[in-house]
Design a binder for this molecule. Sequence first.
Ligand SMILES: [Zn+2]
Length: 409
Amino acid sequence: MVLSPGLIDVHTHISALGRNWEGYETATMAAAAGGITTLMGMPLNSLPSTTTLDAVEMERDAAASGPLYVDVGLWGGVVPENCHNIKELLESPYIFGLKAFLAPLPPAAGYQAVSPEQLKEAAKVCGPIGKPILVHSELMTEDESVGAVKKAFAKQSPTSYEAHLASRPAKWEQDAVRVVCDASKDCHMHIVHLSDARGCLPIIQACKESPQNTLTVETCPHYLLLDESLIQNGEVLVKCFPPIRDKENRELLWQGLLEGIIDMVASDHSPCEPHMRNMESGDIETAWGGLSGLQYQLQATWTDAKRRNFTPDEMAAWWSERPAILAGLGRKKGQIKPGQQADFCWWDPNHREAPNAYSKEYHRWKGTTYFAKNDSMCGRVLGTWVRGQLVYDGEKDEHVEPAGVMMTC
Ligand SMILES: [Zn+2]
């Protein structure tokens, strides 16, 4: 058995406001059952998204209205409307840093991308305040984005995974990564959900070698566990942006983790109502993107990590220690040592079974792609403690004390 520092997920879409997608209670229950003791909530897909002080207050009230099983912190959003006076949002004690998109979003997301110039402007303000900017790193115009989907699917079925992959070229990630690296002279920049390793890792490595640079990078379990060769047409649950790429690229992502060019792993748990996934038709072209599976991040990472001879210590670096530092929580969370909060995950690294064989799924909407891919996943959470209080008993599959709080920085 292993006692790890509690996992810290720096990339969760809690989606509490204005949607029926997840919410704080089920998100924190799923987290606790997965050994995660801290969730950092993304500014979307709540409506309104967390880009104003009023919206921060609404998020805080939503979190306060029900039980929280694990600690929660918020990222604020930087968008074209607020990028000229972003200081106001950054000075809120509830905002640990900012999230920006360089890629245009579908209108239903209710969120806008910033231009590279706006991102650099925000970095100049954010850097001196000492908070990071997390960036969705794909760079293209709305027209390019829509045009690429049309072109890729023109002679292919809407269920084609190959077409989805072709509609999001790796070059867009590389172009965005260059912009983020450039802004990292002024601010702690963080690349979220890196998918393209082949082109991006050399750019990132060169940037990290420059003195005093604090750039950090996350990837997600779905890019590490899956690749194009394992995905069938019509598998709508694996649609995400950037897409899950080819097998060789997946190997290079693991290599990036091994070499420390990729610092950490995060879920990008992205729930929505089931009908939006086009489960019946298998239409990938119009399905809502994003993977759901907050509860299974430990298994989704460890199953392949174990096979590749990584250790629980490395898991703790990817999932606890480095994420804590990104969120500015390094003095309180992320390690087991005197002075740190007693956030723990007690787990069995050798247990091999589908997690739904021994625990209920606690997300608002059930259904994750991970089981379909792996009827035996490795690692079982036996207990989760937040600041010394047992919040989840894994042997009984029961939640105990909702000991989480909305954190301030
Ligand atoms: Zn996300």
